[in-house]
Design a protein around this ligand. Structure first.
Ligand code: CUA
Length: 369
């Protein structure tokens, strides 16, 4: 009777775990739902390694249980001496050869995928006209935000990476201050960004991101880098090639022309913000080093999904952020602005101005200027 109750409890527990685990993994951020070839390869490797390890655990638990049940003192008697197997060649061969086979399988697939996923030999390939064959993005990690430079297109942006689907995108990864790690869970990674060397790898984005919950893939910093490490997020827009080309063209047109949606806002920006933030997406990375005080490029601010990488993309949140950056992102390098420095009215105007900085869905307005 008692046994039955326990069986019922186990079944209930298993059912509960199944339900809870079934909730794991949103497509925009789950390694378990890979949306690119690299992510799929990494997932396959994970499954092979996990299967081998689970097999070992399973076999050991079975043997252990048999030994525990069959060879109890109460069953075999106080004076029982088990069969002595010390020095048995057969047994020693068995428990040497089986692990060697398992580890060999692990080694072969791991080495294969390590070389496959680390192959950046085609990164700098050019066609007969001398044009680069592949898209290259230089990623610079900073406390606590991300800069994305498209060196061959002369475009730079921050916090939102825009990439075409269905082709290899090559990345040069570097850090400007401490070690961070570049990770787009659904697509692939992670790879450290170091100060002293450039790490390179590639990713492919097989699915457009506009069908996802927020229309973007989520990117994370995967190396503990300071008090706001957990807030060091970025987003990825994976779009078709044509949309990507349009985006690049729009970014290249942001040079020298800042959208004048609010003249007072632009004035405030010119007085208080422009020392650290650019509104033109044309140019190169603003470099590395402790002395570099440059903040994120804001050319696409109005298109973004989040404020400061993680706050909802709302004017109210922007205002809260500007008033007290430290409360929202401890240890970040942006100063807060008091009402003496920027009045409430000026801050409203500034928010209107920043939300008007767009390169997407704003083509008519732009061509009017
Ligand atoms: Cu940057 Cu963690």
């Amino acid at each position: 009777m008692k046994k039955k109750t326990w069986n019922g409890r186990w079944i209930a527990l298993l059912a509960l775990i199944t339900v809870v685990l079934a909730g794991c993994g949103n497509a925009e951020i789950s390694t378990l739902q890979p949306a690119g070839q690299v992510g799929k390869d990494q997932f396959r490797l994970l499954m092979i390694a996990s299967s081998i390890m689970l097999f070992v655990i399973f076999v050991v638990v079975i043997i252990y249980t048999i030994a525990l049940v069959r060879f109890r003192r109460s069953k075999v008697g106080e004076d029982f001496v088990p069969k002595q197997v010390e020095g048995s060649h057969t047994l020693e061969l068995v428990w040497t050869i089986i692990p060697v086979i398992l580890v060999s399988i692990l080694a072969v697939v791991t080495v294969y995928y390590t070389y496959k996923l680390g192959d950046v030999s085609a990164m700098d390939a050019v066609d007969e006209d001398g044009d680069p064959e592949h898209l290259v993005v230089n990623v610079t990690a900073k406390l606590y935000w991300w800069e994305f430079e498209y060196p061959n297109e002369d475009v730079v942006t921050s916090q939102e990476l825009v990439v075409p689907v269905g082709e290899k995108v090559y990345f040069n990864l570097i850090s400007s201050d401490v070690k961070h790690s570049f990770w787009i869970p659904s697509v692939g990674g992670k790879l450290d960004t170091n100060v002293e060397n450039v790490n390179k790898f590639y990713l492919t984005f097989d699915e457009e991101s506009n069908g996802l919950k927020d229309g973007v893939f989520y990117g994370k910093c995967a190396e503990l880098c300071g008090p706001s490490h957990a807030l060091m997020d970025f987003k990825v827009k994976a779009v078709d090639r044509d949309t990507f080309d349009d985006w690049i063209a729009s970014m290249q047109q942001t040079d020298e022309q800042s959208p004048v949606v609010d003249e007072q806002g632009e004035q405030v920006f010119a007085e208080s913000c422009i020392g650290c933030h650019a509104t033109s997406g044309v140019g190169v990375s603003n470099g590395i080093g402790e002395s570099n005080t440059m903040g994120p490029n804001l050319a696409t601010f109005g298109d973004r999904n989040r404020i400061a990488g993680y706050l909802p993309h709302e004017k109210e949140k922007l205002k809260e952020w500007v008033r007290d950056t430290e409360a929202h992102k401890p240890g970040n390098k942006m100063p807060s602005f008091t009402k003496e420095q920027i009045s409430d009215e000026e801050l409203d105007a500034l928010a209107d101005y920043l939300f008007g900085l767009k390169v997407e869905d704003d083509q008519e307005t732009k061509s009017d200027r």
